[in-house]
Design a protein. Sequence first.
Length: 271
Amino acid sequence: MIRFAVLAGFVLLTPFAALCGPRLVAQEPEKVTTLRWYGQSFFQIETRGGQKIVFDPHAIPAFGTPRVSASVVLISHEHDDHNQPEVLDDPKTARIFHGLTVSKDGRKTDWNRVDEKVLQTRVRSLPTYHDAVGGMQRGKNTIWIVETDGLVFCHLGDLGHELTPEQVRAIGKVDVLMVPVGGIYTINGEVAKRVVGMIKPRLFVVPMHYGVPGYDDLVGPDEFLDGQKNVKKTPETNELIIPNDAKTPDAPTVVLLGWRKADPVPPAKKP
């Protein structure tokens, strides 16, 4: 009787045990590093861990008013199309780094040397000029170098001149380069090509600060794109997703991102 009872119990429990056995669990999507462009020189890096680093936020009407969040904000210089952190969702909680300091009377600026680590991200600044005559026309500019997720991002701000060998060495190795190409107030397309050739970014070159339909104060990107071989145009998205295992290509890809105009804010509901 005992043997029969044990056998019967085994038979009855087998289906239940099968149900309670190992299950296939859906894997979470792989976390990646994402770069987003919001027109002009306004970018956001979102790290794999969810940290958000913003460069040069603006409030230019032609690009809408993007609702962007940030834990770190980097401002290359104090012109009003680059220094508007108040347009962000949470400016009071962000660490804001200004590349330049301004005297109380507003007449004098100087570089603010930055080399700090915020969580897992290192940010550092490099002094440059907004023009090709030592700042006599448009003042000073800051290059930002951001190291995060095993990648190095370089944002040239409103660079107005070619770089010296010393500046190139100070920048160091770069994976993703954001470079102004629209001329007039910054380097133009031809000079930008030479600057890219000096820095030699490993993965991507992202043009910025150029004219687009509806905002034609600057020259478009054509001069910079002319003769480039690895060009990828993505007008349908403002996102560049960087694979975690990105292999070094023969040459970096020039990515011409779209910019996404913000959706209109819905009217408040009546009580």
